[in-house]
Design a protein around this ligand. Structure first.
Ligand code: ZN
Ligand code: MN
Length: 444
């Protein structure tokens, strides 16, 4: 028995994202680690961890963390604070990371996925570390440190262990990134490391209430596809160990996209002791209810809300709506198109289906009237009066003498251009074939 079907996945995720505030979390240094002209240029005593450097919390970063919490339906702690998480590593010059321990800004939210809700346990705000570069200088193996990233505001979003399939993990990650981008608080670029994924994975027997006695963390995954693959890989690995009577080792693993396998990084020591305590340099943060109201009022319409509005207003099926609201820019473009379609009595759902299924070629920014013309051309049905058709053809020919000459010189492909133009001129659901016939006749 080494079938993953004998077990159910118990998986939670921890996702880090760098906020795109102008300055860093606790100092005035520029927050732009990916475009810095050289290593260690955006630094100061505070983010270099020099003695005497005094941190001051970035208010925008706090506001944005709370905005994300509000967008995910979290409860917001009106009293909150920053804590020191102590550990030694060369990329952390102070010997501790400023983070939040027992009172994070946001708790108890939810992200809906097609496979069920994923509850959000907490969202807290912390600072990013410096970046290590293992390389060779003058024939010697060395590790270089770049502190441009040190002190960049970092949000950490932690879920409850609600994820039950690898594909749900992927969907959750994508939806979270979509919401973060709608809020315009982070670029969440995965390749550059602006957003980093971690999955906590264990398997429980499928038919028992028993909870797993172990947990494997797969860290620093930089794509949603890889997170899906890493969980799938781990499920098989755990199922084999469990069915042989063993228990997978409690450890931290990495993901190698080249081999498609996870690998052991370090065994988990007994609950790491970070000796958390409140940071004495930073006063606790007290939020006013009015401030919360203001942040709430600033929230944009969110992806799920758009899908349901399109459903109510235009009867667009959610499965199409979800593919047309990838970005705020795309959603507002689609809004214009649906509005134009409604005015002309075209079914927004058919149009949505045509766009999603690439039955018509469009891209974000195309003018609504052009999109409708393309749609008419592809799905024409309405009978157009012959004289109206002739008038439209004449008009199009008059406006495009070059194209007429081209056709007469033997370029048959121009006919497609004429069909689009004529249908647009008519402005209704003209039959593309009828238009073609009329055009061919007119061009003789
Ligand atoms: Zn600094
Ligand atoms: Mn963290």
């Amino acid at each position: 028995m080494k079938n993953t079907h004998d077990y159910r996945l118990i998986c939670g995720m921890e996702i880090h994202a760098e906020l795109k505030t102008k300055s860093k979390m606790f100092c005035g240094c520029k927050n732009d680690p990916f475009h810095a002209p050289a290593p260690n240029t955006y630094t100061c005593p505070v983010c270099l961890g020099m003695p005497g450097g005094t941190p001051v919390a970035n208010k925008t970063a706090v506001d944005w963390t709370i905005k994300l919490g509000l967008a995910l339906g979290c409860k917001i702690n009106l009293f909150s604070k920053f804590d020191r998480k102590n550990y030694f590593y060369p990329d952390l010059p102070k010997g501790y990371q400023i983070s939040q321990y027992d009172i994070p800004f946001c708790v108890d939210g939810v992200v809906q996925t097609s496979e069920g809700p994923v509850r959000i346990r907490r969202i807290h705000l912390e600072e990013d570390t410096g970046k290590l570069l293992h390389t060779t200088v003058a024939g010697e193996k060395v590790t270089l440190i770049d502190f441009n990233r040190s002190g960049v505001p970092l949000i950490e979003i932690v879920t409850e262990p609600d994820i039950r399939t690898p594909s749900q993990a992927k969907e959750y990650g994508r939806k979270l990134r979509q919401i973060i981008r709608y809020l315009d608080i982070a670029d969440a670029d995965m390749e550059q490391g602006g957003m980093r994924l971690e999955a906590n994975i264990s398997l429980a027997p499928a038919k028992a209430d028993e909870l797993p006695k172990y947990k494997v963390e797969v860290k620093n995954i930089n794509s949603f596809r890889f997170v899906e693959q890493a969980i799938t890989y781990e499920m098989k690995r755990h199922a084999e160990i469990l069915s042989g009577g063993g228990t997978p080792e409690q450890e931290t693993r990495g993901w190698n996209p080249n081999t498609g396998k996870t690998f052991s990084q370090r065994a988990k020591e007994e609950a790491e002791d970070y000796r958390y305590f409140p940071d004495p340099d930073l006063p606790p943060i007290r939020l006013k209810k009015q401030a919360l109201q203001r942040l709430k009022a600033e929230l944009p319409e969110l992806p799920d809300m758009i899908v349901s509005r399109w459903h109510t207003t235009y009867q667009v099926e959610p499965r199409f709506g979800e593919l047309l609201n990838t970005t705020r820019e795309q959603a507002s473009w689609i809004d214009e198109i649906f509005l134009a379609a409604a005015k002309e009595g075209i079914s927004a759902n058919s149009l949505a289906s045509a766009i999603v299924n690439r039955k018509i070629k469009t891209q974000v920014g195309d003018k609504p009237k052009d999109v409708l013309a393309t749609y008419y051309a592809a799905f024409a049905t309405e009978k157009i009066d012959a004289s109206e058709l002739d008038r439209a053809i004449e008009k199009v020919f008059a406006a495009n003498p070059d194209a007429v000459a081209k056709y007469k010189a033997g370029d048959q492909k121009v006919i497609g251009f004429f069909i689009g133009q004529v249908i647009r001129e008519i402005g209704r659901k003209a039959d593309a074939n009828e238009v073609r016939q009329a055009l061919i006749a007119a061009l003789k």
